[in-house]
Design a protein around this ligand. Structure first.
Ligand SMILES: NC(=O)c1ccc[n+]([C@@H]2O[C@H](COP(=O)([O-])OP(=O)(O)OC[C@H]3O[C@@H](n4cnc5c(N)ncnc54)[C@H](OP(=O)(O)O)[C@@H]3O)[C@@H](O)[C@H]2O)c1
Length: 298
């Protein structure tokens, strides 16, 4: 007898991640909802269970904490012996915003003139070296370490899939740092060491105040680089493990805590494309980047 498919979702306690857990569980998947905060994660599991979704279990996971990743992998191995789906959703923006400016933005309707709204919003987000470091550590290194640690279990599945929740701002067309573009688009010669070099070069330029001069995206710079590195790492893994599907997806402009509740679609709608990609049996998805369910450029 075959048991249900088993999924791990990172950052499952709120926002898009919580909705991904809900929708996967509604589709008969046994979901390991993970969160860095035990209380918040357990509360999210209770919320789903009391909505009738009994096949959801909690396990703590801080993607920036290596021992917690190892403990999660050990738990999945012991309890299920394999993993079918990994959704790398946990992430941080790595920015702050002036509260008065935020109030102004929250009064606007993003739909009225989306481009002006998004440009105004992104231009208002403030970065710092420490926040940039955090966002690379969580968004890129965290995602990479979680995936690397769970790959042996995904390889034991008949159809292991990794879905990385990425972002439109990570597309290389928004970057003009030639060195980074060359490395990140040369998939045949990509390696973890080269990704680390891009990360170090970015942090160096951040420290020296050279982001614009060196062609990095001038706003949400660290977030964009962290997700561009996630995208490149996905392509590397897709090549390295032909029996797995590894892909990236942009969920839209979603009203969650990350965007201070501003956006075009609800978290429920934002979860739809990552969930569809996690569930469908389409080997050709591997190595691709999706904007909702449309294939797009990296
Ligand atoms: N919202 C959008 O418009 C949008 C657009 C493109 C891509 N995305 C991506 O979608 C994903 C989900 O974002 P969201 O909008 O749902 O944001 P959110 O509401 O801020 O949720 C982020 C989730 O990530 C978790 N997290 C952060 N750092 C973590 C860590 N070190 N270990 C484990 N979990 C951690 C948070 O946990 P805590 O509750 O403990 O903080 C929270 O559960 C992110 O990867 C984001 O970059 C969002």
């Amino acid at each position: 007898m075959h048991g249900p498919r088993v999924a791990v979702v990172t950052g499952g306690n709120r926002g898009i991640g919580l909705e991904i857990c809900r929708q996967l569980a509604s589709n008969g998947v046994l979901v390991v909802l993970t969160a860095r905060d035990e209380k918040k994660g357990s509360r999210a599991v209770e919320e789903l269970q009391s909505a009738g979704l009994s096949d959801v279990v909690f396990h703590r996971l801080d993607v920036a904490d290596r021992p917690s990743i190892a403990q999660l992998a050990e738990f999945v191995k012991r309890r299920f012996g394999k993993l079918d789906i990994l959704v790398n959703n946990a992430g941080v923006a790595g920015t702050t915003i002036d509260p008065e400016r935020l109030k102004d933005l929250q009064k606007q309707d993003p739909k009225a003139d989306l481009k002006t709204f998004v440009d105004g919003y992104m231009g208002s987000l403030q970065q710092s070296y420490e926040l940039a470091k955090d966002s690379l550590e969580i968004n890129f290194n965290g995602t990479k370490h979680v995936t690397d640690c769970l790959i042996p279990l995904l390889l034991l599945s008949k159809s292991g899939r990794v879905v990385n929740v990425s972002s439109q701002v990570a597309q290389l067309k928004f970057m003009s740092n030639e060195g980074a573009i060359k490395v990140l688009s040369d998939i045949d010669n990509l390696s973890e060491a080269k990704l680390d070099e891009v990360m170090s070069a970015f942090m160096e330029d951040f420290k020296d105040g050279n982001l614009a001069a060196r062609g990095w995206l001038p706003v949400v710079s660290a977030y964009a680089v962290s997700k561009a590195l996630v995208n490149a790492h996905s392509r590397l893994l897709a090549r390295r493990h032909p029996s797995l599907v590894v892909c990236c997806v942009t969920p839209g402009f979603v009203r969650t805590g990350m965007n201070y509740g501003m956006g075009l679609v609800s978290a429920e709608e934002g979860a739809a494309a990552p969930v569809a990609l996690a569930l469908r049996a389409e080997p050709a998805d591997s190595g691709l980047n999706f904007e909702l369910l449309d294939v797009c450029e990296f």
